[in-house]
Design a protein around this ligand. Structure first.
Ligand SMILES: CC(C)(COP(=O)(O)OP(=O)(O)OC[C@H]1O[C@@H](n2cnc3c(N)ncnc32)[C@H](O)[C@@H]1OP(=O)(O)O)[C@@H](O)C(=O)NCCC(=O)NCCS
Length: 170
């Protein structure tokens, strides 16, 4: 287990992170089905875990209240899912989870992190912007929607500071 990164004392000590595991998937699906209009299936989560994608389970008093997964290929990471249980949203946990996922990407030596987001998800877009992600493009008709298909905004952040941190002192 590890405490969440960020400002010391910002979050209650009851909140912890650890890698997601297959035995979490009942709890994950219970949140996923409530949090998204077009949720992932259990099989998608299982395949991600089997493939060894880096992940975090967000726990409060030992109970799963959120999760996130990334993939990393070469020096590029992709945030595949980031989610906080609807009744736990709006308490700063999504921001901390996002920071922890970016940190995970950094630890896997990624230099850039990408994600896709629905234009109809302004809360998530505001969060990503405020954490330094920039809009770099659009994938037309990427998501299913109730009206047919919805575009994805593609956002990215460069992990330049991490590279500088790793540079030897002059
Ligand atoms: C997106 C998500 C992870 C954010 O988690 P959260 O715990 O609610 O977020 P936080 O409380 O940390 O809020 C962080 C920032 O996000 C923005 N934000 C979050 N919800 C918002 C809303 N409903 N409207 C506007 N801004 C919002 C704000 O900028 C907020 O910062 P502030 O509180 O300083 O104003 C969460 O809403 C979620 O799980 N949604 C369902 C799944 C999803 O859409 N995931 C993203 C897929 S791309």
């Amino acid at each position: 287990m590890s405490a969440l990164p960020g400002e010391p004392g910002q979050l209650p000590s009851a909140i912890e992170l650890r890698p997601l595991r297959e035995s979490d998937l009942d709890a994950v699906m219970a949140i996923e089905l409530r949090a998204y209009p077009f949720p992932w299936t259990r099989g998608i989560f299982r395949d991600c875990l089997k493939a060894g994608y880096p992940s975090w389970a967000l726990l409060e008093h030992g109970l799963l209240i959120g999760y996130g997964l990334i993939s990393v290929a070469a020096d590029e990471a992709h945030i595949l899912n980031v989610c906080v249980a609807p009744e736990r949203q709006g308490r700063g946990l999504g921001r901390q989870l996002l920071r922890a996922l970016v940190q995970l990407a950094r630890e896997h030596r990624a230099g850039r992190v990408f994600l896709e987001v629905r234009p109809s998800n302004p809360g998530a877009i505001t969060l990503y912007h405020s954490e330094g992600f920039n809009e770099i493009g659009r994938r037309p008709r990427y998501y299913p929607s109730h009206d047919g298909r919805e575009d994805a905004l593609v956002m990215a952040i460069e992990l330049v500071a991490g590279d500088i941190d790793r540079m030897p002192a002059l």
